[in-house]
Ligand binder design. Structure first.
Ligand code: SF4
Length: 451
């Protein structure tokens, strides 16, 4: 319980979205979150890791949106952490979340550099104090295309660069991940920031519960007027590109994507990796979407760091079975959890390694909220008060196909792995196989109906 005079406000006005100055209570103490608008140095990350060990329980999450979360804080240590982080003078994100790819401006595959538009939106939103009026989790994504897809990130308002008849336009989408968003139309680059700001003002006037998903085509047209062009492009679905492993950025420069297993790492282990990066001459890194870290440097430095990361238990290649599992902190880190999610995910990565071939995401959720993967997933296992619910092509909170007793959870995954081994045809990926088998047969295997 926090005393009234305590400077920490665990559930302040914006307490739904934990931030550095508004830590949120979880199952393992208070949690503070920071996000960066630019790269930081490996040395700065080493210092942050030390703060996680000193003030919290040493655990750091890298979230699906590329924020850092410090866990296991007390009200007092959360204050001390805030003071120490602010003293580092890092490029912390404040105000409205306007997100671009971590490779923006240095990705030779991007269609447009969205930094200027993002900055205009941030400045406009600050000037109008929109952050205080909008729903706490409102976010804007500016996706200039390129190597890293931003499509899975939820966004109230999304601008996606497209090329049409030799010109660049921004496709305006509202609500959800890109696959579920309303494709509202095209805007010219010069009008893009203004259109987003108009929609944000509209949402702010509707009150702090209004979200982008509430907007329909007619409303968007009414708010944007003639700036919304009278033409629509379906755009091209972007081929998902893993943020893991080596990637070429600008001329002669490289990035290497590395992720802690299941999005969580001990501060000491991450500090070890970042010290190695510093020794190799890597000067910049960025926590990035999909629970990853991008390190920027020469080809040889990135290659060497990749080797260190793999040997230290980090996920360093897209083929690693752990990268096919979306998992939330679960118990004991989250007070809502019915499941030790990381323990089950580690078992799944071993037992179902051949099944987890990257063709689909296995979602393991501590409860029906589904924080780790808001979009539907081919197979979702989620903790409930009655046992382990499983759904096929659904979300964690959807009505399940079945519920297994908790003590059956590992045996059920083993049966699924055996089913894959028995039914798999040469050249067929796991997603195709599971689709071919269908929910009846998968459900029967998980429930042991046929044994
Ligand atoms: S899905 Fe449930 S258990 Fe997992 S982090 Fe979210 S609220 Fe906690």
């Amino acid at each position: 319980m926090v005393a009234a005079a305590d400077p920490v406000q665990p559930f302040g006005r914006r307490g739904l979205c934990p931030a550095l100055s508004a830590p949120m209570q979880t199952g393992d103490g208070f949690l503070s979150r920071v996000a960066f608008e630019a790269d930081i140095s490996p040395r700065a990350m080493v210092t942050l890791c030390g703060l996680a060990e000193r003030h919290g329980n040493g655990l750091i999450d890298i979230t699906a949106r590329g924020s850092l979360q410090f866990r296991g804080l007390t009200p007092q240590s959360a204050c001390a952490l805030e003071k120490d982080v602010l003293a580092l003078d890092l490029p912390l994100r404040e105000g409205l979340a306007v997100e671009t790819s971590p490779l923006v401006g240095r990705d030779d595959a991007e269609i447009a550099d969205g930094r200027f538009i993002a900055e205009e939106i941030r400045k406009g939103a600050d000037a109008l104090a929109l952050h205080d009026k909008l729903a706490a989790k409102t976010s804007v994504v500016i996706d200039g295309g390129g190597h890293l897809s931003m499509g899975d990130l939820l966004a109230d308002i999304r601008l996606k660069a497209i090329r049409l008849e030799g010109r660049t336009f921004w496709q305006l989408l509202v609500g959800g991940p890109e696959s579920k968003a309303l494709n509202a139309g095209l805007v010219e680059p010069v009008a893009a920031a203004g259109v987003v700001l108009s929609l944000l003002v509209f949402l702010a006037e509707k009150g702090s519960l209004a979200r982008g998903r509430d907007l329909d085509q007619q409303t968007v047209k009414a708010v944007c007027g003639e700036r919304l062009l009278d033409r629509v492009s379906e755009g091209k679905a972007q081929t998902p590109f893993s943020p893991l492993g080596m990637m070429k950025t600008e001329e002669g420069r490289f990035a290497v994507g590395i992720a802690p297993a299941f999005g969580q790492v001990r501060g000491a282990d991450l500090a070890h990796l970042c010290k190695r990066a510093d020794t190799l001459g890597i000067k910049a890194l960025r926590p990035s979407p999909n629970h990853s870290l991008l390190f920027f440097g020469s080809s040889s430095a990135c290659e060497a760091l990749l080797k260190t990361a793999g040997a230290s238990g980090f996920v360093a290649t897209a083929g690693d079975a752990r990268s096919s599992i979306a998992v939330c902190p679960g118990a004991p880190g989250c007070a809502s959890a019915f499941l030790l999610t990381h323990e089950l995910a580690a078992f799944a990565a071993e037992e179902c390694a051949t099944l987890l071939d990257g063709s689909f995401t296995l979602h393991i959720s501590g409860c029906g909220k589904g924080c780790a993967h808001p979009a539907p997933s081919f197979l979702t296992l989620s903790g409930t008060s009655d046992g382990l619910a499983f759904s096929i092509s659904g979300r964690a909170g959807d009505p399940p196909v079945g519920i297994l007793p908790f003590e059956q959870q590992k045996a059920a995954l083993s049966r699924l792995a055996r089913l894959y081994e028995k039914e798999h045809k040469p050249g067929e990926n796991a997603a195709d196989l599971l689709a071919r088998l269908g929910r009846e047969e998968i459900g029967a295997a998980l429930r042991q109906d046929n044994q």
